[in-house]
Design a protein around this ligand. Structure first.
Ligand SMILES: Cc1cc2nc3c(=O)[nH]c(=O)nc-3n(C[C@H](O)[C@H](O)[C@H](O)COP(=O)(O)OP(=O)(O)OC[C@H]3O[C@@H](n4cnc5c(N)ncnc54)[C@H](O)[C@@H]3O)c2cc1C
Length: 403
């Protein structure tokens, strides 16, 4: 099997001093997992954008070199996407067919985006990425191969588990996704005072599902706003783009001299703009005490189509969620004291938001941090015991990250 030095876009994963990367093919994976006797868990790299794509003294299964097939299936306008493909590449491959998938705010993430739920500016109109899965192929942690189809297996515990909790159970080698017509989008970008946040959210909660609001609170008193419309709202100052492949960044990263490491925790909560209003003094206080300018609070809007799928059909438990705020804690690479301060700040901000957003969107694994168990409980709720039972069956040795 190929082994290659890991090149990861996540700086913390890149700097983690992992043992190395193995680049298995679909055919090599079963035996690799069945016979694995090295350090556990194995890490999996789909796109390599999260902090746990690689870890100290652990091996990473780098899916990008061998599992990178993107294949258009014209018979039902779906697309096969390999386990190591980036979402931006899928969008590009679909352009000649006039089709698209519901990607997030960046084309950089890999299949981890889909497998952990997958939400973006078109989710209110189209649903989550997992809601578009038609087939899932892969290898369970114990080395057994599987090939599930929504049509036949959509009611099975295995299907439900893979749609949202796959990283704990299996290495997904390929999925087939439903596509949608590529349509132009209208984008509004501006800066606003953070005091106006509840007003923006209030308006968004009442808006049509063809519109989505995303905001970023970085500077203490300023918000970056990105509002995306499926139809021309007939307002001035809008940018018309051909599709999600041209979506501008919510925030343009500031080039800095220092190498930064980050951890990100995603939360989920229902429509409650009025309660956000009450929370503003605490939020403002937290934002003013950010340990580093790279610490931030951002948010994307859900609801509409994401809430139409019954909670039990996938492992995305919080179907009532209308807001997904995510907290980013950043520190200068190697500065352990600042790391500690930033993570403490993250937990403090999380506790302020907890009453508004009781759920977790488990898009990044944190099995190295003290709040991993809390994240599991808040992400999967009453489905967690069932997921743990399945994990015992399909990954008894713990080849994949702990659940
Ligand atoms: C710039 C940026 C923008 C983002 N925007 C959004 C957004 O708008 N909406 C949203 O929902 N999320 C967003 N995310 C979060 C992102 O979707 C998650 O962090 C996702 O897990 C990243 O997947 P990856 O494959 O790139 O990362 P990786 O680090 O390679 O993988 C992330 C996790 O998924 C697991 N995994 C990856 N591939 C597989 C596979 N084939 N089989 C089994 N497990 C696998 C890994 O074990 C790992 O735990 C964004 C992230 C970044 C960096």
């Amino acid at each position: 099997m190929d082994q290659a030095p890991l090149a990861l876009s996540n700086a913390q994963a890149q700097d983690a001093a992992s043992v190395g990367g193995m680049c298995p093919s679909q055919a090599e994976l079963p035996d690799l997992l069945k016979g694995w006797t090295g350090p556990r868990p194995l890490r999996v790299c789909g796109g390599g954008t999260s902090s746990r794509a690689a870890a100290h003294n652990q091996w990473t299964l780098d899916l990008r070199p061998q599992l990178n097939r993107i294949a258009w299936q014209s018979s039902d306008q779906s697309v096969w996407v390999g386990g190591g493909c980036r979402m931006g590449d899928v969008l590009q491959a679909l352009l000649p067919h006039g089709r698209s998938i519901s990607t997030g705010l960046s084309g950089l993430p890999g299949l981890g985006y889909v497998l952990t739920g997958g939400m973006g500016p078109r989710s209110r109109a189209l649903g989550l990425a997992i809601d578009h899965l038609l087939e899932i192929r892969g290898v369970w942690g114990n080395g057994e191969e599987f090939w599930l189809q929504r049509q036949h297996d959509g009611d099975a515990a295995e299907w439900r588990a893979l749609c949202g909790a796959a990283p704990f159970l299996a290495v997904v080698t390929e999925v087939r996704l439903l596509t949608h017509p590529l349509i132009p989008l209208w984008v509004e970008q501006c800066r606003a005072s953070s005091d106006a946040l509840p007003d923006w959210m209030n308006e968004a909660e009442a808006s049509d599902p063809s519109i989505s609001l995303q905001w970023h609170w970085g500077d203490a008193d300023q918000l970056d706003i990105l509002r995306v419309y499926d139809q021309d709202p007939g307002l001035g100052g809008m940018q018309c783009i051909d599709g999600l492949h041209q979506l501008p960044a919510l925030v343009v990263p500031r080039p800095g001299a220092q190498r930064m490491h980050f951890e990100v925790v995603g939360l989920l909560g229902p429509a409650r703009a009025a309660d956000w209003n009450e929370c503003m003094p605490l939020l403002r206080d937290c934002m003013r005490r950010r340990p580093h300018p790279s610490c931030s609070l951002s948010c994307q809007q859900l609801g509409g189509a994401t809430s139409l799928v019954p909670a039990g059909l996938t492992s995305f438990h919080h179907r009532d969620a209308v807001w997904k705020p995510w907290i980013t804690a950043g520190w200068v690479a190697g500065d352990l004291a600042m790391r500690q301060r930033s993570l403490r700040w993250l937990e403090e901000l999380w506790s302020v938001l907890q009453p508004l957003c009781p759920g977790v969107h488990l898009a990044q694994l944190h099995d190295h941090l003290p709040f991993h168990q809390r994240e599991l409980e808040q992400a999967f709720g009453e489905s967690l015991p069932g997921l743990k039972a399945l994990k015992k069956k399909v990954d008894p040795a713990g080849n994949l990250p702990p659940l």
